[in-house]
Structures are given as structure tokens and as C-alpha cells.
Design a protein around this ligand. Structure first.
Ligand code: NAD
Length: 288
């Protein structure tokens, strides 16, 4: 299949390479010359504009930094240049309202389109083991699914347009709340003279158990290997968690959802990310 790929950064670079490995003819564009050179190395065909990359495409995948850029790229390049009948997939993490607007514009122009944000970081993008949460019509999902399967281990239909983004920000808001709670519990256990491993042994089989404890423990040396064992390097950067919390709070305000712990988590990560944006989000325990 001829697939245009726009946005070949930390995530998009590996995803485009996996589409090539699956036998697709990938037509890549990025504003960065370095990203384009890496895509060429991975045997993508490279182009000097998004319009040119889309000109002959049967599918378009985008992996871009934010909603304003996604909207601009679809309005100025993708929709005017992509042949009729192509399926469009935006895998970026963006706000729900923009995702719905862009999909409505694409549908108005006669395209099937999904929002398909991912769970999993750079290693999962490179390894083809991302999870995709997909919003869009049943027809659009059915057409997008085989393209996404080449880049991930799970592809889940979350409902109508924008619901992929809704699932992503609800999940990540819960993750932030859960991580802060886990960090607080281990810090208090320490202050009360309770050994971290002993507390883990008890709580991991008791009602406080959660993913942030048993898969991603913020205390070094406790639980399976995680970024805390590497001085909080790698993993999921606090700056990206903060981005998702900001999107979650925008969505909460727009929808009238009450999210007091989500709001407080955003404030906590705002403060932490000022000087520690590149550190893994479990590094929040250092502030307690
Ligand atoms: P990145 O900054 O590494 O890559 C974005 C790429 O888009 C860059 O190469 C940039 O040059 C390119 N770009 C920007 N504007 C462009 C334009 N107008 N036309 C063409 N290319 C353009 O970011 P990333 O880490 O790859 O993240 C991409 C998306 O994936 C974001 O929405 C992010 O929130 C989401 N995400 C990232 C991670 C992660 O761990 N990095 C995990 C899950 C989701």
C-alpha cells in the first residue's frame, strides 16, 4: 500500500520504519532534515513537502506534536493533495475538540479518517508494539486497522471520532493520579519506619495494588526493572505527562467533568517539569 507518513520524530521515525518492514511503500515528510535522512535510511521515499508525500497515497499517517499543527497540516496539505478514497490516520496526541474538527473536515471532503493516539513510548514505536486507541466510524476503523496492526500489538476501537483521544487522556490522567498516590504511600511508609520492599510485598497483594506500583515502582530496587532503577532516565518524560494532563484538563472543562485530582496532578507535574521535564514521570517521588 502507498502510505504517506508525516512527522518522523522520536515516535514517527520508528513507526514509518515498521510500515516499510511490513512491505508498504512509505512516502515520508518532516520539516527536519535529520528526520528525513533517518527515514531514507529506513527505506522510506522522502519528499520536500507534505503535499508531495500525499499526492499518490492510499493512506496517510500523521505523528505530529500538537493539535494546531495537525489542523494546519490537514487543511493546507493532506486534504487538498490526497487522492479521493484514501484513509487518513492521525496518531498524534491532541485535544479531543481539534481531533473531532479535523475528522469532520476530512469526512466533509469525502475521506474516512480516525484519531488513533498511542500508548507506549519510543521503544514501543521502534519495536512495533504500540497500543492504538481509535476513534472513528466502523468503516474508517476497519480500513485503518490493518495499517495500525503493522505498527502495534493492540488496536482497539474506542467509538466515534475523538474517542481515541478521550481514552488516551482519561487513561493518562488516571496514571498521573495513581503514580503520585503510589509515591506518597512509599514516602510515608519510609517516614513511618516501614521498609520499602516490605511495604511492596504487602501492598502489591492488598487493595492499594496498582500498575504504578507493580509494573513501574517509583522506588529504586523495588518491583520489576523500571526507570527508577536508572535514576529516572528514559521511560515516559514528565513533560509529556504534563502535556497529556493539560489536554485532560481542557477536556474536563469543555465537557463539565469534575476532576479535582486530575487538576491537582497537573499542578504537581507543572512544578516538577519546570526543571525535570526530561525525567521519567515516576521521578515525582523525589519531590516528596
Ligand atoms: P517529536 O517532536 O520527536 O516529533 C514530531 C515531529 O514532527 C518532528 O520531527 C517535527 O520536525 C515534525 N513536525 C512538526 N511540525 C511539522 C509539520 N508541519 N510538518 C511535518 N513535520 C512536522 O515528537 P514525538 O515524541 O515523536 O511525539 C509525536 C506525538 O506522539 C506527540 O503528539 C506526542 O504527544 C505523542 N506521543 C509521544 C510519546 C513519546 O514517548 N515520545 C508517547 C506517546 C505519544
Amino acid at each position: 500500500m502507498k502510505i504517506a507518513f508525516i512527522g518522523l520524530g522520536n515516535m514517527g521515525g520508528g513507526m514509518a520504519a515498521n510500515l516499510v518492514k511490513a512491505g508498504h511503500d512509505v512516502r515520508a515528510f518532516d520539516l527536519s532534515a535529520d528526520a528525513l535522512a533517518a527515514a531514507k535510511e529506513a527505506e522510506c521515499k522522502t519528499f520536500t513537502s507534505a503535499s508531495e508525500a500525499c499526492a499518490d497515497a492510499e493512506a496517510v499517517v500523521s505523528m505530529l506534536p500538537n493539535g494546531a499543527i495537525v489542523k494546519a497540516v490537514y487543511e493546507s496539505d493532506v486534504l487538498p493533495s490526497t487522492p479521493a478514497g484514501a484513509v487518513l490516520l492521525d496518531c498524534s496526541t491532541i485535544d479531543v475538540a481539534t481531533a473531532r474538527d479535523v475528522i469532520a473536515a476530512a469526512q466533509g471532503a469525502g475521506y474516512d479518517m480516525v484519531d488513533a493516539p498511542v500508548s507506549g513510548g519510543i521503544a514501543a514505536a521502534n519495536g512495533g508494539t504500540l497500543t492504538f486507541m481509535v476513534g472513528g466510524s466502523g468503516d474508517a476503523f476497519a480500513r485503518a486497522e490493518p495499517v495500525l496492526n503493522a505498527m502495534g500489538k493492540a488496536v482497539i476501537h474506542a467509538g466515534d471520532a475523538g474517542n481515541g483521544q478521550a481514552a488516551k487522556i482519561c487513561n493518562n490522567m488516571l496514571l498521573a493520579v495513581q503514580m503520585i498516590g503510589t509515591a506518597e504511600a512509599f514516602s510515608m511508609a519510609d517516614k513511618l519506619g516501614l521498609d520499602a520492599q516490605t511495604f511492596y510485598d504487602i501492598s502489591s497483594v492488598s487493595s492499594g495494588q496498582c500498575w504504578s506500583m507493580t509494573s513501574y515502582c517509583p522506588v529504586p530496587g523495588v518491583g520489576p526493572q523500571s526507570p527508577s532503577d536508572n535514576d529516572y532516565q528514559g521511560g515516559f518524560a514528565s513533560a509529556l505527562m504534563l502535556k497529556d494532563l493539560r489536554l485532560a484538563m481542557e477536556a474536563a472543562e469543555a465537557s463539565g467533568a469534575k476532576t479535582p485530582l486530575g487538576k491537582h496532578s497537573q499542578e504537581i507535574y507543572e512544578a516538577f517539569a519546570q526543571d525535570n521535564g526530561a525525567l521519567d514521570f515516576s521521578g515525582i517521588i523525589k519531590t516528596l
